[in-house]
Design a protein around this ligand. Structure first.
Ligand code: ADP
Length: 448
């Protein structure tokens, strides 16, 4: 069979074939070894049996009325051991007694005497005895191959090989099919999934072996995929929804501006268009940043940065926004404080957190940026005394497009904190938030 054809065989057939080959190799070594061990021990036993049998025959040879007779009745079945053949020969060469089958066995031995392996196959022993003045010879011939046991044993061994191989083939095919059943289930589930149904799961596998582990991993992967596909769908629908609102406003204002005679109304419409445009541009650049980040196309280059200077420059860029609400930004970072972070990403993180502190701060409020130490860990804190976040909203604020008060806040996109979270993850850190409604909010960042 060609290699390509073997490759196309089912795994259970391959396992069966391998098992059969291995069994055949083992049997071809084991069976001759066992046979030769038994043969050897029989050969050793044969010498003893020949002596015992010879002595039994010797006792049965007696003189009666001046003649030598052999009491064959004393030599019933069992006295002369299997594989041992005896003939009693008188002084003048007459055969006085033949044990069972001895006549033809002695004949065969005589014929084979000059052959190469005669001594391996045949054992020969002669005992002499004087009976009534006559010299009697008790000739003993032994041949282990003429022993029924060895023949039967050989046949059993030869029968065992095909029976064992047949049973091994059936058994290993059955067992491997059973063992691979869960894998077939996994394949079927994977086929259904490729049809788009991510809710499918592999069920009914209770074993805790490698296949059970594979099924578990596969199910967990499906669960994660399903969640992430759902999130992607939600993201696309949220993104289109968020972009549709400013587009509708822009379309309406453009029409108003085009058909109105009133210059003041036209100017007001153009101002709204400009604001919506700015909002849309910001949202699009945030979306671009997030998608680049998730695709891993973002350039991440950590370096030693002076955190105090960074907070200073971000505060300056947000100064007019803070002034408009009379909010004070307090840079409480130690002047020598260095961090290991990507400059552009970490600046974005500071902008988003401080801007939120201003956006959701009360008139005349405060935003504090400080460092604290917990054990060996440095933590950046951005806190404000603004409107706070309710307990229900708190777990969701890092989700994309999530805004606690959508109706009231038309300026936010709900992407700022998702970006913050992603930046923190890029730095191998974490972000947590504590907030009390009406009192203020505190973000704590680690990992730089
Ligand atoms: P947005 O562009 O709407 O500010 P973010 O992702 O930055 O989006 O914030 C998500 C939501 O979390 C906001 O809509 C707001 O309700 C809440 N939030 C974020 N920061 C603060 C804060 N400092 N104080 C109160 N609420 C906040």
């Amino acid at each position: 069979m060609k290699w390509k054809k073997i490759k196309q065989l089912k795994l259970s057939t391959k396992i069966t074939l391998l098992y059969l080959i291995l069994s055949a190799v083992l049997l071809s070594v084991l069976i001759p070894a066992v046979y030769f061990m038994v043969e050897n021990s029989l050969r050793e036993g044969l010498s003893g049996n020949m002596l015992i049998s010879a002595s039994a025959v010797s006792n049965a040879v007696v003189e009666e009325n001046g003649e030598v007779v052999v009491h064959s009745s004393q030599l019933e079945w069992g006295v002369i051991k299997p594989g041992v053949y005896i003939q009693v020969v008188s002084q003048n060469g007459d055969v006085l007694y033949w044990s069972r089958d001895a006549e033809w066995v002695f004949d065969i031995a005589e014929h084979e005497k000059n052959e190469k392996n005669w001594e391996l196959e045949w054992s020969y022993l002669t005992e002499s005895k004087e009976v009534g003045g006559q010299k009697i010879q008790i000739q003993v011939l032994g041949n282990i191959y003429y022993n029924d046991f060895l023949n039967k044993f050989l046949w059993i061994l030869l029968l065992i090989i095909p029976c064992y191989l047949l049973l091994a083939a059936i058994g290993s095919k059955f067992l491997s099919k059973r063992a691979l059943q869960p894998i077939r289930q996994i394949t079927m589930t994977a086929k259904k999934i490729s049809g788009g149904d991510l809710s499918e799961r592999i069920e009914g596998i209770e074993s805790h072996d490698e296949v059970g582990e594979l099924a578990d991993t596969f199910n967990r992967m499906l669960e994660e995929l399903e969640v992430s596909f759902q999130r992607e769908r939600q993201f696309t629908s949220d993104a289109s929804h968020e972009l549709r609102t400013p587009m509708t406003v822009i379309t309406a204002c453009t029409e108003d501006a085009l058909y109105t005679e009133d210059a003041a109304i036209r100017e007001e419409n153009i101002r709204v268009i400009q604001k919506e445009n700015e909002r849309m541009t910001k949202m699009l650049s945030q979306l671009l940043m997030l998608s680049r980040g998730y695709e891993g196309r973002c350039h991440f280059q950590p370096e030693q940065l002076c955190l105090y200077d960074m907070v200073e420059s971000v505060s300056e860029s947000l100064a007019s926004m803070a002034e408009a609400k009379g909010i004070q930004i307090h840079n409480q970072i130690p002047e020598q404080q260095m961090i290991d972070a990507d400059q552009s990403l970490f600046t974005q993180l500071l902008v988003n957190l401080i801007e939120n502190g201003i956006k959701y701060g009360n008139e005349g409020g405060n935003v504090w940026v400080s460092m604290e130490k917990k054990g060996e860990q440095q933590r950046l804190c951005v806190a404000d005394d603004g409107i706070g976040i309710s307990k229900e909203d708190l777990p969701k604020i890092f989700e994309r497009f999530y805004r606690a008060d959508k109706a009231r806040d038309r300026n936010g996109s709900g992407l700022g904190l998702s970006i913050v979270k992603w930046i923190v993850t890029m730095h191998g850190g974490d972000i947590s938030v504590e907030s009390t409604l009406g009192k203020g909010t505190r973000f704590v960042v680690t990992g730089f």
